[in-house]
Write a protein that binds this ligand. Structure first.
Ligand code: ADP
Ligand code: MG
Length: 242
């Protein structure tokens, strides 16, 4: 387990800057939310952390290792990270246990170890009775739990989430928040959680980075941000505007 650092990271697309010198220190094992309105650059940050995008300037480090700067780019597969997306991205023709075990097959983990890790992962997301089902035979919440289980079988140091609850209805979202908290406790992984929903960020994360147009507006605990928003825009965004 190691600290994840963004050091003056910038990102431009076709000369247009979408992330402007972002620095964040994410402690090992923390649950951090990246919060901001649509288009502010949350997914771009996550994609740079995941290695899907390079950085235009600055550096991303994990412990002592440089993952990305203008010269270095560690590939997605070589980063000890798991990922969960809004769209679940499950294989439709594979059962729940086959989906969960797939990353272990890719890593050529032996059968016995694979069976053990799949069972543990099913237990963490409480889908033990659903191992033989296909994704089409599951509810949206259950599918997202399969995606959660799949993100942890490789025992990653860091798990990246891009709006994982955005496809679920309001009622299900609040019950899934419980699942995420338990998931964080059970895995001990560092979690970086992207959302545009301030209530979700505030209730889930230990620390929140609020972003607006590629700039960090504020970084702190949910209490600090809620009690002392630094700008009128942020006060308004979290529903504390006058
Ligand atoms: P968010 O996830 O907060 O909604 P994004 O990170 O998806 O925001 O996008 C931030 C900005 O970067 C947007 O203006 C978007 O249009 C732009 N952008 C994202 N990806 C690309 C890309 N591959 N090419 C060009 N512009 C992009
Ligand atoms: Mg996004």
């Amino acid at each position: 387990m190691a600290r994840l650092v963004l050091d003056q990271v910038q990102k431009s697309f076709q000369g247009e800057k979408v992330i402007n010198s972002l620095s964040l220190n994410i402690e090992a094992g923390a649950f951090v939310a990246l919060l901001g309105p649509s288009g502010c650059g949350k997914s771009t940050i996550l994609r740079m952390l995941a290695g899907f995008e390079n950085v235009s300037a600055g550096e991303i480090r994990h412990g002592d290792q440089c993952l990305s700067n203008v010269e270095v780019h560690v590939s997605t597969e070589a980063r000890p990270f798991g990922m969960v997306f809004q769209s679940y991205a499950l294989w439709p023709h594979m059962t729940v246990e086959e989906n969960i075990g797939y990353p272990l097959k890719v890593q050529k983990i032996n059968n016995k170890e694979r069976v053990k890790r799949i069972a543990e992962a099913l237990d963490i997301v409480q889908l033990n009775d659903y191992a033989k089902r296909l994704p089409a035979q599951l509810s949206g919440g259950q599918r997202q739990r399969v995606a959660l289980a799949r993100s942890l079988v490789t025992e990653p140091d860091v798990i990246l989430f891009d709006e994982p609850l955005a496809n679920l209805d309001k009622h299900l979202r609040s019950s899934m928040e419980e699942t995420f908290r338990a998931f964080h406790q059970r895995t001990g992984a560092t979690m970086v959680y992207v959302t545009h929903d301030q209530a979700e960020a505030m209730s889930l994360a230990d620390q929140v980075a609020v972003l607006k147009q590629g700039e960090l507006v504020q970084w702190g605990t949910p209490q600090e941000i809620y009690n002392n928003p630094k700008t009128a825009w942020l006060a308004n965004f979290i529903g504390r505007g006058s």
